[in-house]
Design a protein around this ligand. Structure first.
Ligand code: SF4
Length: 255
C-alpha cells in the first residue's frame, strides 16, 4: 500500500501496475529495500519519472528498518514522519492498510465534496473538515474507497450525472450554478508541458545512467544541452542525491 501510494503520486494507475509488481518482487519487505543501494531502486523506478519519489521511498524504508523494527507503522502520525509521505498518502495507508478512521481527500474526493455536498469552492482545510465529518464510525476504509470511486467513475472533470448513484442527493445537481470543482481543494491544476521540460531531461539522464556510468559530455549530448546547462542539470540531480560524480563519470547514487 505504501509503495503504491508513493508511485501513484503524480502517475496514473495504469502506468504504476507493472513497476509496482516488479518493485515488490525485488523488495518484498521494507528492510530488503533499505539494504539495497539507491541505484537498484532507481532502476526499478523505470517508467515512473519524478525520481525524487524513489529516493524518498528508499529513505522511508531505511527509517522503517531503523525506527520501526522493519514494519510499516500503523499510526498516521508515524506514517507522516516518513520521507515522501504527505497527509494524503499517510491517511490513505492508515485507512486502507490499517483501518484507521481518517478521511482520504484526493483530487477525486475534492471534486465530489465540492459538488455533491457543498456546491461551493472548498479550501483544502474545508474539504478535510467536510470529509472527516462525513466519515462513518465503522468501515471508514470502505467509505473512503467509495468516495474515491465515485469521483473517478462518475464525478470526473466531465461529470456523468445521469448515471451517478448519488445524483438525487447531490447539491450542485439539485441547485445548479457554476461548477464548484475546478478551484477546490485537491483538484489538480494542469501539469506543465513535459516535452522539452527539465523533468524530461532529468528522466533521460537517469535512463542513460541505468545502463552504465557516463561522462558529462555523453549526458549533455543525451539531453541536447550545451555543457553549462548540462552541468546545471547534473548538479540538480547530485543535490537531490540521485546521482554522484566520481572523476570523469557520473553514476547512479550508491552504485
Ligand atoms: S450528480 Fe454529478 S456532480 Fe453530483 S456527485 Fe454525481 S456526478 Fe458529481
Amino acid at each position: 500500500m505504501l509503495v503504491s501510494e508513493v508511485m501513484l503520486q503524480q502517475t496514473q494507475t495504469s502506468r504504476v501496475i507493472e513497476p509496482w509488481t516488479r518493485f515488490l518482487e525485488a523488495f518484498p519487505t521494507p528492510t530488503a529495500c533499505a539494504e539495497a543501494p539507491l541505484s537498484d531502486v532507481l532502476r526499478l523506478w523505470s517508467g515512473l519519472g519524478y525520481h525524487r519519489r524513489a529516493k524518498a521511498l528508499h529513505d522511508a524504508a531505511k527509517m522503517i528498518r531503523d525506527e520501526f523494527d522493519g514494519a510499516v507503522p500503523s499510526e498516521v502520525a508515524d506514517l507522516r514522519r516518513l520521507p515522501g509521505i504527505g497527509e494524503y498518502s499517510a491517511n490513505a495507508v492508515g485507512s486502507f492498510a490499517f483501518g484507521r478512521a481518517v478521511a482520504v481527500v484526493d483530487t477525486n474526493v475534492g471534486r465530489v465534496l465540492a459538488r455533491a455536498l457543498a456546491n461551493r469552492t472548498l479550501s483544502v482545510s474545508d474539504a478535510r473538515v467536510e470529509a472527516n465529518e462525513l466519515l462513518p464510525r465503522t468501515n471508514a476504509a470502505s467509505f473512503n474507497q467509495a468516495l474515491l470511486d465515485l469521483g473517478a467513475q462518475f464525478c470526473s472533470s466531465a461529470p456523468r450525472c445521469a448515471l451517478c448513484p448519488v445524483a438525487r442527493a447531490c447539491k450542485w445537481n439539485r441547485e445548479g450554478g457554476p461548477d464548484p470543482a475546478p478551484r477546490s481543494a485537491g483538484v489538480s491544476r494542469a501539469q506543465p508541458k513535459f516535452h522539452g521540460s527539465n523533468r524530461e531531461a532529468r528522466g533521460r539522464v537517469i535512463a542513460a545512467l541505468r545502463e552504465r556510468p557516463r561522462s558529462m559530455q555523453h549526458l549533455s549530448a543525451c539531453v541536447a544541452m550545451d555543457a553549462d546547462r548540462g552541468d546545471a542539470l547534473i548538479a540538480g540531480l547530485v543535490a537531490d542525491g540521485l546521482v554522484e560524480r566520481r572523476g570523469r563519470l557520473v553514476h547512479l547514487s550508491g552504485e
